[in-house]
Write a protein that binds this ligand. Sequence first.
Ligand code: FAD
Length: 402
Amino acid sequence: MRDVAIIGGGLVGLCAALVLQHPRRRVAIIEATAPGQLQNQGLNARSLALSASSAQIFRALGIWPQIEASAAPIRHIHVSVRGRWGVTRLRAADYDLDALGYVIENGALSRCLLQAVRACDNISVEHGAEFESLAQDATVSIEYRKNDRGRRLEAHLALIADGARSRAREALGICHRTVDYGQSVVICNAEFSEPKIDTAYERFTPQGPLAMLPLGSKRYACVWTLDPQQAAQVMALADPEFGARLQDCFGFRLGLLERVGARFSAPILRTSAERLRRERCLLVGNAANALHPVAGQSFNLSLRDIACLYELLIDQDLASLDGDQFTSIAAEYENLRAREQRQVIRYGDGLVTLFSNELPLFDHARAAGLGVLDLLPALKTQAAFAGMGLSFGGNRLLRGHL
Ligand SMILES: Cc1cc2nc3c(=O)[nH]c(=O)nc-3n(C[C@H](O)[C@H](O)[C@H](O)COP(=O)(O)OP(=O)(O)OC[C@H]3O[C@@H](n4cnc5c(N)ncnc54)[C@H](O)[C@@H]3O)c2cc1C
């Protein structure tokens, strides 16, 4: 019997294990893939932006030094609209912070988390373990398959962290809503001749936003939103032609684009579960909310969800809780998180609507909006703190201690 079972050992499942474990709790993770599958490195790596709130949570867990060693700080953010004068700049120093956020390769983050998980005797990870079904009564009973053999795991609490197409969510009968933004994202890394190593760029174009995030030295992670036809076109180009299109869209703020890495494209969808709980099972990560990548918020939001769960469960002996007590903790979790999740979803949707609309009126409005924002420190601070995940109220982990 385990105290906590986590279905899905992706970035969020691993974080959840580290947050919820303590010496008297036994935690088990079941993960379908073999270890170390996020291996793409260098120019071909995939990466994500960690907000200041995520850094704070990792500090509380004592694993920030390892993560920081592989992460590139964002000390400046430059937001502009292609072909317009409106620009806004955010600077970490204005908020007394070392960085507004950090960019890290998914593979490097996953390795740090896995290493930390392996250092905890009370967390077990089963790789190559495919979730099949679950049943709930006084405990949660999880059936999974490993090496062609059916196995079972019992736990007092289960976290569902198996991603946007969650099978476990489906097994619980929890419906989800998918919003198709009618856009696609093209992702690649690029090297520039005049890098500004701690500056991130968000550039809004009529086709959609283009983010250029610093990865250290000359390397930037590019997240380029386009309509699906244009995405298919640029994906079909050879590297030199693709580089020229990207340079034309982004401009010359970082000098000449010298090299691009492997490209990847996918339709942009948002998937939200209609509820976050059923009896002893709670949804976290992409299984709960998989958001549009433009705002770079899904993982950061999930970490704050888990930080909230930490606070609710900190003094609880999970083995001694009856069904009603679980229900009331789960309901509190859902209530506490609903407002912030809605706000973050609205923020992402708002950015897509405002910055992807080709009507000239919108074009002037967004340029003027950025110009005005740059002149209004209070408003800018509010926007910056929302982006950093620091404006949603605190809990122990967000304050940086356990
Ligand atoms: C282009 C792009 C850019 C992004 N940028 C950012 C960013 O800058 N900042 C940010 O906060 N977020 C960002 N995100 C979102 C972020 O990547 C996700 O929020 C995060 O990776 C979700 O992690 P997860 O563990 O919930 O889900 P997943 O990464 O999908 O992991 C789910 C895990 O469950 C396992 N699994 C699935 N099915 C089963 C099964 N049946 N049995 C056992 N295991 C199973 C999978 O193998 C996987 O390991 C971005 C996303 C994209 C697409």
